[in-house]
Structure formats: structure tokens, C-alpha cells
Design a protein around this ligand. Structure first.
Ligand SMILES: [Zn+2]
Length: 330
């Protein structure tokens, strides 16, 4: 595992400095919202922030020392002042597809208790946009009545789907796409050859995390297959069910990363007047492409739940078929 300081990507380095200073000066706000697309280092930032808050011997750069009692408990996953809220099992042992109010209430109860180790208490809610309405209301109440010494970190790929009242109560860290050169440099530092870095960035529409995930030979072959599938479904020459079954059987997660990025790229190419690989014929339907991109990312998050992945994939690809207006295939 890499050291904590390597986990902060260069495009979040200045944001990290701000937080390191805040922690050093004990001026940390109650709510922190780390927002932006997947693949840009948000979760690593949240983890580093929590590690730093719980460390009793923080380094000069603000990162956790990795050796103190707080650090040891944290890396063992047993720190009593660190709480995680995410998808959870329901009473029947089945993972839920949303974060429910009981989870937020339980967290609030924990946060009013005194710190077990005498330092910060820190909670990470991820993905916070998976909260249902009741859970969001409960979280808003907690944010409105801050407990001294408690930090609530919210992680979201889709911050716009959060209530504005929650967003406005948090200090924000925005993970944005870095400039192409910075993304490329980051990939080169990870050992990618320049040509591969460029090809992967193209494939990932400039998202460095996605580009890294797509950089292997097998991944590139898979990317070509996924792009071909989407084009064939759009053209009406392949049934959504056929592709859905194949995707379900093999690397559904990575295929969805690829599909989302490919559609994002197509939307961008359409928006800038270029031609794109799918030959979509619905003019001005960028909004729908954006919605499909969101939906693909959501389905990917839900693959880890026992929701029927095969049916979700089928729905998603049928939506794609409906979205892509059909030209007669010759
Ligand atoms: Zn430490």
C-alpha cells in the first residue's frame, strides 16, 4: 500500500494544504463535502483527512504519521472515533440500495458522545447522495447542531442531487478534471508509456483515474468491445439483451466505467460540433447523454448490492437503445 501522502493527487494538493492548515489550527468545520466525478481521488482525500484528524503525531505536511496509537487503530479499522456510513444490510441480511434514516440517527448518537481517545471524532458518509429523503433530513439536523470536536465528511459523485440545505452547511472540496498535461504527467509517474497515457486519456475522456484503470492491454481490448457494443446497440444491429448478458458475465464494473466515459466523450464531441463514434442522431440531446452517464455510474455503484445486476444492465442498455435514435442499418 502506498504512503498516505501519495494518495493525494496533484490536482487536490492545494486543497489538501488548506485542510492540513485547518487541522493544525483546530479550525475544522463541522461538515465537509468532497464532491466531483469518480476517478479524481475524492475517496483517497477523505481517507487521508480522517487519518490526519485521528493522528496524534501529525507530520509537517499535515499527513498522519502512520505509527502512533491513533494511526495503528485506524489502519486496523478499529479506531473508536472513526465512523463510516455507507450501504448497509437490512434486517434480512440484504444490502440496501440507499442510506436510511436509522443509520444517520445512529451516527448522530455516536457523535454526541465524548471522544474515546480524546481527539477528533470523524465520520465519512459515502456515497452521501445515496441517502433517502428521511436520512437527508436527519443529517441536516445534525449539521445544524454541530458537536464540538466532530467532523462529518460527505463524499459524493453527484453533489447536485443533494439537498441545497446540506450543501450550504458544508465546506466544499471540489475534485475537478485536471488539465490534460497534469493528468498525463500523473499517468507517466505511474509508469505508463507516453503513447499509452495519451490513448488511455482519450478513452477516458480526460479522467486520469479512469485512464489508469483502462491502461492495461486487456482493459483496452475490453474498452474496444464495449464501445463496439454501444455503437451496435445504437445502430440497432445488436440487441440490448445480448450485450447485457455478456456484460453481466464478465467485468461488469469495468465495462460500466468504460461505457460511462465513452458516452461522456461522445457528449463532449457532440457539444463541440465534432463527430463521435456512436453516430447518435438525436441533435441537442446532450442532457439525455448526461443523464445516461449518471445512470451508468449509479448502476456501477449498485453492482455490489444484491439488486439484480443482470436486470439493471438490461434496463441501462435498453435506455441507451431508446436514447440513440435509429437510422436504418444497411
Ligand atoms: Zn499517527
Amino acid at each position: 500500500m502506498s504512503a498516505a501522502h501519495e494518495a493525494i493527487v496533484p490536482w487536490l494538493a492545494s486543497a489538501w494544504q488548506v485542510w492540513a492548515n485547518r487541522l493544525a489550527q483546530q479550525r475544522v468545520p463541522h461538515g465537509v463535502l468532497i464532491a466531483g466525478p469518480a476517478g479524481l481521488g475524492k475517496r483517497e482525500f477523505a481517507a487521508a483527512l480522517a487519518a490526519s484528524a485521528l493522528c496524534t503525531d501529525r507530520r509537517a505536511d499535515g499527513h498522519a504519521c502512520g505509527a502512533c496509537r491513533g494511526c495503528r487503530l485506524r489502519s486496523a479499522g478499529t479506531h473508536p472515533d472513526r465512523y463510516g456510513v455507507t450501504y448497509e444490510l437490512n434486517d434480512r441480511g440484504v444490502p440496501r440500495s440507499e442510506i436510511v434514516v436509522a443509520q444517520i440517527r445512529e451516527l448522530s448518537t455516536k457523535l454526541v458522545q465524548t471522544s474515546q481517545l480524546g481527539g477528533w471524532r470523524i465520520a465519512i458518509i459515502d456515497p452521501v447522495d445515496a441517502m433517502n429523503a428521511a436520512a437527508a433530513n436527519a443529517l441536516l439536523k445534525t449539521l445544524e447542531e454541530p458537536e464540538p470536536g466532530a467532523i462529518i465528511v460527505l463524499v459524493s459523485d453527484e453533489p447536485m442531487s443533494l439537498p441545497a440545505t446540506i450543501r450550504s452547511r458544508c465546506q466544499r472540496v471540489d475534485a475537478r478534471f485536471p488539465p490534460r498535461a497534469a493528468a498525463r504527467e500523473w499517468l507517466l509517474a505511474r509508469g505508463l508509456e507516453p503513447a499509452l497515457a495519451d490513448a488511455s486519456l482519450d478513452l477516458a475522456a480526460g479522467n486520469p483515474g479512469a485512464a489508469l484503470a483502462l491502461a492495461g492491454k486487456a482493459e483496452r481490448a475490453l474498452a474496444q468491445e464495449v464501445t463496439r457494443d454501444l455503437a451496435a446497440i445504437a445502430a440497432g444491429s445488436m440487441r440490448a439483451a445480448e450485450a447485457a448478458a455478456r456484460w453481466h458475465k464478465d467485468q461488469a464494473d469495468l465495462r460500466l466505467v468504460i461505457a460511462a466515459q465513452a458516452v461522456r466523450l461522445a457528449a463532449w464531441q457532440r457539444a463541440t460540433g465534432g463527430s463521435e463514434v456512436f453516430g447518435l442522431t438525436v441533435p441537442g440531446d446532450l442532457h439525455k447523454l448526461g443523464a445516461w452517464w449518471d445512470r451508468a455510474n449509479r448502476v456501477r455503484e449498485q453492482l455490489a448490492t444484491p439488486l439484480r445486476a443482470d436486470l439493471m444492465l438490461l434496463d441501462l442498455l435498453r435506455e441507451w437503445r431508446a436514447l440513440a435514435s435509429v437510422q436504418p442499418v444497411r
